[in-house]
Design a protein. Structure first.
Length: 166
């Protein structure tokens, strides 16, 4: 959302930092996935930004894009969000030999390395950031995600946090 994620920060004593923003309801929706190559265990981060709430068609298109990029059979590890459930049914019908689904528990962000991507983006990179509009927010989100995608050590730490070995 265009509202800032307010985090604790440092300031000179007696000079409390003040952020001026107004109640704005514009938002972006971002979908992302972390890929792990089967042989080299190299990690990749893929994402797509929308100006509306993500629906099943958006999820399905995103996975189709991943299938084109990765050119291999894919194991999708997803949670049980309704968009994922309905999208998974469609994908399994359309790509039965290329897509395999593994389900996470209904609510288990600690088991999901991709949730750490969003934690890092929202609470570290974009903490206290007040965008002028949705386009400025999109630029900052892209910048943050591009930095994460090039940092193999950071991506590996997300798997480590989830207790998953690569």
């Amino acid at each position: 959302m265009l509202q800032p994620v307010v985090r604790r920060t440092w300031a000179p004593q007696g000079q409390t930092p003040i952020h001026y923003s107004w109640d704005r309801r514009d938002r972006l929706s971002v979908i992302s996935a972390i890929s792990v190559s089967a042989k080299r265990r190299r990690l990749g981060l893929y994402f797509d930004i929308h100006d509306h709430n993500i629906v099943t068609d958006d999820f399905e298109r995103f996975v189709e894009t991943l299938l084109r990029c990765l050119q291999r059979r894919m194991v999708l590890v997803i949670d049980r969000w309704s968009v994922h459930r309905s999208g998974a049914r469609r994908l399994l019908r359309r790509f039965p030999r290329r897509v395999h689904i593994e389900w996470l528990p209904a609510y288990a962000p600690e088991l999901y390395p991709d949730e750490q991507v969003w934690k890092h983006t929202k609470y570290d990179d974009l903490a206290n950031y007040i965008p002028d509009d949705a386009a400025a927010l999109a630029d900052e989100v892209i910048s943050s995600l591009d930095q994460i995608s090039t940092d193999q050590q950071l991506l590996r730490s997300f798997f480590h946090h989830a207790g998953l070995r690569l």
